[in-house]
Design a protein around this ligand. Structure first.
Ligand code: F6P
Ligand code: MG
Length: 434
């Protein structure tokens, strides 16, 4: 099968181009400001060593920003972490694809690669700056975003707890309704990522529950019916659903709420949660974020929020929810390479009955971040990635979209030039096991 070319900043004027030119330097500048602001904390905690480390990290980030803005060749990663050699092999591989004398660079290489590489280089900057290496440069922004979404979180936790009170007696139709509603909440939760906003406030300020009806026309592909059919068969029997998480803050709470409902409706007996091992794309969820979020809820003085915190902590302790981490999620690879490059993870995903992939970056990696025609079927764009039935819950924030009806993409382009990047539209897009 012929596959189209990768999105890249070499296409001037494209969103990839604008991202590498403007948005990524802006994110890096925010990182520099954050680390600089924490100087006193580093001094308090580590004395002069903390200050030296802060200077070292800042020098690394400034150099990195300069390399990116002047389109320098990508260079090897010099820390000594479990994935360092994989990144350096990948650089060699990218180089092997080019003509003699050409080197991979920020504006010429695939966007997916260079953008992932930026976050890995940020991590390198911290890794090479002990004793502050363990500091998450995006933590503050993620935590603020959680606090700014308080009202929406409160409304959602209340909705879940009210729903669960009568859940044993509700009809099949009401169960379907409840499931569909919280699937949509989890979809729209994906609007709140801090990468698209350049690290600026992008929280959910009001309850999303009342807006679901009016947002329905913004769901360009809605395969809820297929997902429901799959899950409502053999209800109550042992079933594993995996969620490949995206952003912390409001989105993570929506994912927890959905995971809770899946157990409560006996659509799943186990929910496995996959998070990132390192700070990633500003707001992506790490283990620290999961623990921090549950702790915030537990400490809340609203009874529904603290009830959610208690249940979710217990779900993790009792193994109803299982936490996973894998280096693969923070590599630049398309998912169609997973079976070859990360066979253990692929085998793990083959054990589940459904995988929910949250967010835009996962969609880009599912489809290889290529210039597909809008009408190419989703299953085809996944190329060889078919570990289990899967569904993407994603708001559109990059120039890739497949599985639309003929003419659908063109109509949207004519009406709204930025429909693929504004986060206004979303998909609930399913692919069966083939
Ligand atoms: O830089 C933009 C981007 O790569 C877009 O693909 C998307 O807006 C964002 O980063 C990540 O989005 P998400 O958190 O939904 O994966
Ligand atoms: Mg994200």
């Amino acid at each position: 099968m012929d596959v189209p070319c990768f999105l890249s900043a070499r296409f001037e004027g494209s969103f990839a181009y604008l991202t590498v030119k403007d948005r990524l330097p802006q994110i890096l500048t925010k990182v520099i400001d954050t680390v600089h602001r924490e100087k006193h904390k580093f001094l308090e905690e580590y004395g002069e060593d903390g200050i030296e480390a802060e200077k070292k990290a800042l020098a690394h980030f400034s150099k990195l920003r300069n390399e990116m803005q002047t389109d320098k060749p990508l260079i090897v990663i010099t820390d000594d972490l479990p994935d360092t050699h994989i990144w350096n092999e990948y650089l060699k591989y990218q180089q092997s694809l080019l003509g003699d004398g050409e080197l991979p660079s920020w504006f010429q290489s695939p966007w997916l690669y260079v953008e992932c590489y930026l976050y890995r280089r940020i991590h390198e900057g911290m890794a090479l700056s002990p004793p502050i290496s363990g500091y998450d440069v995006f933590k503050e922004a993620k935590n603020d975003s959680f606090f700014q979404s308080q009202n929406a979180i409160l409304a959602l936790c209340t909705h879940l707890q009210e729903l669960k009170k009568g859940i044993a007696d509700i009809s099949e139709t009401a169960q379907r309704e409840a499931f569909s509603k919280l699937l949509q909440v989890s979809l729209w939760g994906n609007k709140c990522d801090l990468s698209i906003s350049g690290g600026q406030d992008n929280a959910q300020k009001f309850s999303i529950l009342n807006s679901l009806e009016s947002l329905k026309s913004n769901i360009l592909v809605d395969d809820t019916e297929f997902v429901w059919l799959l899950l409502s068969q053999k209800k109550g029997s042992s079933r594993r659903i995996d969620i490949v998480l995206d952003n912390a803050g409001f989105e993570l709470v929506t994912d927890f709420v959905l995971a809770d409902l899946l157990l409560s409706l006996q659509l799943a007996t186990e929910v496995h949660l996959h998070a990132k091992c390192i700070p990633w794309y500003v707001s992506d969820t790490t283990k620290q974020d999961i623990d921090w979020t549950i702790k915030q809820l537990l400490g809340s003085n609203n009874r529904w929020m603290s009830k959610c915190g208690e249940t979710w902590k217990e779900n993790l302790q009792k193994g109803y929810w299982v936490y996973h981490e894998n280096l693969f999620w923070t590599l630049p690879h398309e998912f169609c390479s997973m079976a070859r490059t990360s066979p253990d993870l692929y085998a793990e995903l083959q054990k589940c009955d459904l995988i929910l992939f949250k967010g835009d970056l996962n969609y880009r990696k599912l489809t290889g971040d290529r210039k597909w025609d809008f009408t190419v079927p989703f299953s085809q764009a996944l190329t060889t990635f078919h570990p289990a039935p899967l569904c993407s819950l994603r708001t559109l924030k990059s120039d890739v979209q497949v599985g639309l009806k003929p003419g659908g993409g063109e109509l949207l382009t004519a009406a709204e030039a930025d429909w693929m990047i504004s986060g206004k539209y979303g998909v609930i897009q399913f692919s069966p096991l083939i």
